[in-house]
Ligand binder design. Sequence first.
Ligand code: SF4
Length: 484
Amino acid sequence: MNSIPAAIVAGQVAANEANRPLSVFDMFRIGVGPSSSHTVGPMKAGHAFTAAARDHLSGPLTRITVELYGSLGATGRGHWTDRAVLIGLAGHRPESVRTSVVDKIMDEVNDCGTVEVAGLGTVPFDPTTDMIFSPRTRMPFHVNALEITVYTANNSFARTYYSVGGGFIVEDLSDDPATNPNPKAMATAESKEAHSRPAPHAFSTANELLEICKREQSRISDIVWENEIAARPEPDVLRYIADIQDAMAECINAGISTQGILPGGLGVRRRAPSLHDELLERTKEDSLAGMDWVNLWALAVNEENASGHRVVTAPTNGAAGIVPAVFTYYCRHVEDATEENKIRFFLAATAIGALIKTNASIAGAEVGCQGEVGSASAMAAAGLAEALGGTPEQVENAAEIAMEHNLGLTCDPVGGFVQIPCIERNAIGAVKAINAARLAMWGDGQHTVSFDTVIETMRQTGADMHSKYKETSEGGLAVNVVEC
Ligand code: SF4
């Protein structure tokens, strides 16, 4: 199976340094909306640049420029990539930046004509000339690239970064990334150390994972758990999963309780608050009310994401509503839901997301929306099947069904905003995940199309997909819907 290079290195360490599958710490991260690749990654790039610049330059800065290439240049305005880079340059991280900083920074930059570069002071900045959108320039290593350059009176320093999906970034150490790229995956010290510890059950395909389960007489969540606690202390893993669950619940609550029109100018109204009120009123005789609740939870998360607020990247921001909606469905609609099975949900979902990310891609800019909503739907389906007591074969089947029926899904966000079709698409993806889990649980796990085959099909379909359907807003709904 050929892997997309960026997908291989997306696990924070390069493939040749990795000796374990991607972890729950890789597949679920707390960040801000609206996009993991166009917001979270660029914010991290801005933050990383400040440290690199401090190593290379001293003296007062006279100018800073940011150039956004490819998909970042095409849909960076709608995804607020410009704002994200400036927030990172000011020293903030996606997991901890305050919403007030996010909401105000562009007004402050426009009012003052300067930006803050952490550790190097303020520098003159004119967004109309110093933030450059270059959608037609595609860097050879990856379609989501950005270059930041700072100048002093007699020197300059530039670095190129790639946002390779799910909030992961890769820096390019070459003097000429346009012709001779030299990418290097970036990782925190903690992540590097965790990834350096061998996994007791290394796997890179679904077939290998099923073989391990058979040999060990274990469930998928048991295998992932043993890999996790070989890398980090058990309490840290449990705490992290609990934090992810809490952050998802907070995001749903925020979405349900916030009214109004989403930012960006499309005039998209938040629907979660009114749907919530209606569902509370509705009689119990409505046999489809359960599906409406799932829709509500997905809408709530994605409306928060579209507002640039805090979400859990799962595995991306554009698809951030699916796993929380299905998880909440398990918690509230399955009578015998247990705390143990809630943890198993996230462990099984991690295994599925890791397989997709390693062997294909979770980035809309690389493979279209099948890689975002399709991946999240497969992860959620597997998580639910695992929590319902599914065998490894049933869990793998659930993921396969969910991904199979998202194949070919294009990425065509109207106006470049993660709103149309993204918000509703999460609701559909969540319901599809539940249906996939139910279909799989009705069977015995035996099926014709393997999950490995579906992942490879998704990768090939993404490679064949025209670039106008890969997060450029140059095709599909993006050109057929008239913006008001
Ligand atoms: S269409 Fe899908 S892949 Fe594209 S931005 Fe929306 S959610 Fe992400």
